[in-house]
Write a protein that binds this ligand. Sequence first.
Ligand code: F6P
Length: 322
Amino acid sequence: MKKIAVFTSGGDSPGMNACLRAVVRTAIYNKIEIIGIRHGYDGMINDDFVDMNAESVSGIIHRGGTILKTARSKEFLTLEGRQKALANLQKHNIDGIVAIGGDGTFKGALEFSQISNIPMVGCPGTIDNDLAGTDFTIGYDTAINTVVEAVDKIRDTAESHDRLFFVEVMGRDAGLIALRAGIGAGAESIIIPETKTDVEDLIKRLEGGRKNKSSKIIIVAEGDEAGGAFTIAEQVKKRLPDYDTRVTILGHIQRGGNPSTMDRVNSSRMGFAAVEALIQNKTNVMIGILNDKISYTPFENAVKEKKELDKDLMRMLTILSL
Ligand code: F6P
């Protein structure tokens, strides 16, 4: 392993920079040349490669986003695009690659492995936490902290006006942000894609709840089958016209901001382990952390296996919101 390339891809997430820093410095420590690819797979196709050194990752451990920039590449979905990418990697004599991204990134990596022999190792960078093989993805902890902080603020208005709030959080296919943030923010209920949404049941719970509760917060994952927070709020409003109902969509504030300590530490551990994995000839695996230990999950399993939703956490949320 003489020369490694690293890139970030898919939606940005807080901690990607900390992971990059760890990759770059671990490579340098092992006397491996390190190149950054800007704009994810697009940069691989367009030869957007930059030399990296210890200084290029100075002062970034605490910054959200990604200094290498990121993209969701359409061209990489085509064989022609992937061939162009491979030609550029060969031109730069790349012996190994670290990909920091989510399921789209690893699906791309799997396709790429059909035509490329260059070893690739991944670090799970997504706020959604929807990858099997790791307890927490890079950015998830920061995102749920951002949601809880926002809901705490919303609760002030909810309590002052005796209102019912529907707060929509990110999670196109997964309700893991909604679940933990819901527990942390003391939500009445969460609405997520993993479970069947029964609006009637929600109405019953709202009607049957403690009457003297001045505020009620329902967290809705954007990907829920019943529609987003606006759609669900509309249905509830029709049935419970006496409720003063409001909707807040938190949107991209969940993806930004300084990474939490937990995200900085996990990202550093995973970036460090990714370079060591390449040195040990591992390929097509995602680095993760399971029970506080570094783990290696084949890309195939990381993207195919659905992360189990913790039913005990769901049950607890319901009980604690009595
Ligand atoms: O993949 C992370 C994620 O935050 C999803 O939860 C969300 O649906 C999506 O990104 C939105 O991404 P963008 O606005 O970049 O298209």
